[in-house]
Ligand binder design. Structure first.
Ligand SMILES: [Cu+2]
Length: 327
């Protein structure tokens, strides 16, 4: 992979011209299942814009891989979370100044809602919504031919999401715990690698990514690092539809430092040492190639195993729909 000054100068020239698509990009499975980001690169001069909506649902408290009841959580805390729903709108852009490098931008808008029960038996819900963190990325090609493609994934996450969200709780209008905040508050770095193999009617791919948090945010904490591994298989039904299946592993670490506005005795979500754990997801999806430029995709994901340092709300399921337009 080489990123020369020449390729950077080429950027301005290629803004005005549009070059032809190559080989694999015409297949429905040339893009990974829609929940996987930074899975493909583009050819010189090519642009892509995309929109994704992901809806995610969390339910049940876990200690290790066992579910525990809200009553058990309430033996040690004043409040127990019961469930959480999250909607994320993601707007993305990709641009390749050369065949070797593809730049990415992803802006996110997040809405979350968490249901709780108190020791007194009262239910309440907290909600937040707003802009989340913004990701700038670069995909560096290692190789790309008709049969396989590999690239390095690099990204910088900018702290555009708030870490000071508040809402009405039984304790008054107060700062919400860590999982309800919109961003990390820190500059985060993601490093990963992606490899895809293509066959006549099918393909498979694997992508590993490690997210490192740097420094501490305005409230003197930083979220835990996160490792994510996705592997997928796709089968083309015809020239415009592919079905895919994904197995994903995520490992999340604890928070360092703490937000002094949160009381760790109140609710497990305010505890910095009850954030770590790992979970396995299984997903089924489909990619649809509408014409030379547009794609639609859908994916439904179910968490099949998790082990959490808890009590901590478990992952349940997620669904993603997306639209992509390349030109
Ligand atoms: Cu793209």
């Amino acid at each position: 992979m080489k990123i020369s000054l020449k390729t950077l100068f080429a950027l301005s020239a290629t803004l005005l011209t549009s070059t032809a698509l190559a080989d694999n990009s015409s297949r429905p499975d040339s893009h990974a299942p829609i929940s996987i980001m930074g899975d493909h690169t583009h050819d010189e001069g090519e642009w892509m814009v995309s929109y994704r909506l992901m809806t995610m649902s969390m339910a049940d408290n876990y200690i290790g891989s066992n579910k525990v009841s809200a009553q058990q959580v309430l033996q040690n805390f004043m409040v127990s979370p019961e469930s959480m729903d999250m909607d994320m709108h993601m707007i993305g852009a990709m641009f390749a100044p050369s065949d070797d490098v593809t730049f990415m931008l992803m802006a996110n808008y997040l809405s979350t809602s968490m249901d709780h029960i108190t020791r007194m038996g009262m239910n309440f819900t907290t909600e937040t919504s707003g802009v989340s963190d913004t990701k700038l990325g670069a995909l560096l090609n290692i190789n790309k031919d008709g049969n396989s493609a590999s690239h390095i994934n690099l990204a910088l996450s900018l702290p555009t999401g708030s870490v000071k969200e508040q809402d009405q709780t039984p304790m008054g209008y107060a700062r919400l715990p860590y999982p309800m905040q919109l961003g990390s508050g820190t500059y985060d770095i993601e490093i990963g690698a992606t490899h895809t193999e293509f066959f006549e009617q099918s393909s498979w791919g694997i992508q590993g990514k490690q997210l490192f948090r740097t420094g501490y945010n305005d409230l003197d904490y930083r979220l835990g690092n996160r490792f994510n591994l996705n592997s997928w298989y796709a089968h083309n039904l015809n020239q415009s539809v592919s079905l895919n299946t994904t197995i994903a592993y995520t490992n999340q670490r604890d928070i360092k430092g703490q937000d002094s506005a949160l009381n760790p005795m109140m609710v497990p979500t305010a505890r910095t040492d009850l954030r770590s754990g790992y979970f396995w997801d299984f997903a089924l999806g489909a990619n649809f190639k509408l014409n030379g430029h547009q794609r639609l995709a859908i994916e439904v994901k179910k968490t099949v195993h998790q082990s959490l340092d808890g009590p901590q709300l478990g992952h349940d399921w997620a669904a993603t729909v997306g639209w992509q337009y390349a030109f």
